[in-house]
Design a protein around this ligand. Structure first.
Ligand SMILES: *Cc1c(COP(=O)(O)O)cnc(C)c1O
Length: 385
């Protein structure tokens, strides 16, 4: 990526420093320059390889199977919840952000009983609270947790939550959307299902959601689904029987994801990708702090995925203008969606590296100077956490 001009992708597009969709490589986009039928042997072979490699990235190729769904990540989360939680089940959501709230809506619309344990957006889920909740309510069958809550960028202790869930004999469902492909879970971490998508850390284009399913647990889900299109059991059975999708597959997304997975492997898999993102995150946070900005999260809670920055106090700082000026320089950042603090977000993921993070930092410094803003410091500095 050394030759890429700062502020532009390999194809001359603005860089997406967002929670997704993200900047992808030229080769990933070029992999889509053909037409394939849904029964095309080349496509079906690529499809099979993609599903297998996703289970391998999850380090569960023996015990789990990847079941894909057409659509964005939320389609995969909805498929996971409505396929795995039976109509008589009850799901407990470990809630510390907007993606947990979304999961709650999914469960409610599908008529599943649901409960939550609630934490502020800038705090990880406490396994002891989950432990107490499961001890108290024996009717809970499933626990839902988000690995990296992209609302804030906070990393949740999934391994510990999985231990507690297993200890109580309940089942775990994970939304690993913004973690999968760059962050690991321990080998011992037990889950029935884990949902993610093509267009986050795997650096593919949008259009494919997938659920990595424990085969034994998936076999028990027949008849649970409340929709035809999001029925993971039926989708899985379809693949087992014919190797084909039940309905029109997002072929171009899958063909380009095959290329994106080659790039993921070439970079050193999860470890390699995680290392680049961690470096992006470190350089970004250090640079922002030098300009007086304050990140929402202390470093120990910050996942190397997306950084939430407190809004500067200087009244010459107008977010929309800041956003537009950065965009003019080739950097697309993202508004915040926190309730705990006024904020904006800058992503560390996608086909970007340190040189481009340095580029956005230089663009931010130039923009602050143009706006006459002396420091990025927010109104009230929180006491050290
Ligand atoms: C991106 C994301 C999703 C899915 O969002 P879509 O817009 O449907 O792709 C779900 N959960 C988390 C934690 C995410 O970061």
């Amino acid at each position: 990526m050394a030759n890429v001009p700062q502020g532009l992708s390999q194809t001359g597009d603005k860089l997406l420093l967002t929670p997704g969709p993200l900047t992808t490589s030229k080769a990933v986009k070029e992999a889509m320059l053909h037409d394939w039928g849904s029964r095309d042997a080349v496509f079906l072979e690529a499809n099979k390889g993609v599903l297998r490699r996703i289970a391998e990235i999850a380090e569960r190729a023996d015990s789990h199977v990847t079941v894909p769904v057409q659509g964005s990540g939320t389609f995969a989360v909805e498929a996971m919840i409505t396929s795995f939680v039976p109509k008589t089940g009850k799901m407990l959501i470990c809630n510390n952000g907007a993606y947990c709230v979304r999961a709650k809506r999914i469960a409610e619309i599908a008529g599943r009983a649901v409960a939550t344990i609630d934490f502020p957006e800038d705090k990880p889920i406490d396994p002891a609270v989950l432990d107490a909740a499961l001890a108290k309510d024996k009717s809970i069958t499933h626990v839902f947790a988000v690995q990296c809550e992209t609302t804030s960028g906070v990393l949740n202790p999934i391994d510990a939550l999985a231990d507690v869930t297993a200890k109580h004999g309940r089942r775990l469902l994970i939304d690993a959307m913004s973690a999968f492909g760059a962050l690991t879970l321990s080998k011992a971490c037990r889950y029935d299902a884990l949902a993610a998508s093509s267009n986050k850390n795997l650096e593919g284009v949008p259009g494919l959601g997938f659920v990595v399913c424990d085969k034994a647990a998936l076999a028990e889900t027949k008849g649970n689904a409340t929709t035809l299109v999001l029925d993971l059991h039926d989708q899985w059975q379809g693949f087992e029987r014919t190797g084909q999708w039940r309905f029109t597959p997002p072929i171009h997304t899958i063909m380009s994801l095959a290329k994106a997975l080659d790039e993921h492997a070439a970079e050193g898999g999860v470890a390699g990708r995680g290392k680049r993102y961690a470096n992006n995150c470190r350089v970004l946070v250090e640079g922002l702090r030098k300009m007086g900005f304050v990140t929402l999260l202390p470093d120990a809670l910050q996942a190397p995925i997306i950084v939430t920055v407190r809004m500067p106090a200087d009244n010459k700082f107008v977010f929309q203008s800041f956003y537009d000026r950065l965009k003019d320089q080739g950097y697309v950042i993202y508004p915040g969606k926190l309730t705990v603090a006024d904020s904006f977000r800058i992503g560390c993921i996608g086909r970007i590296d340190e040189s481009q993070i340095k580029g956005v930092l230089a663009a931010i410094a130039a923009t602050l100077a143009e706006m006459g803003v002396a420091t990025g410091a927010p109104a009230q500095m929180q006491a050290a956490e």
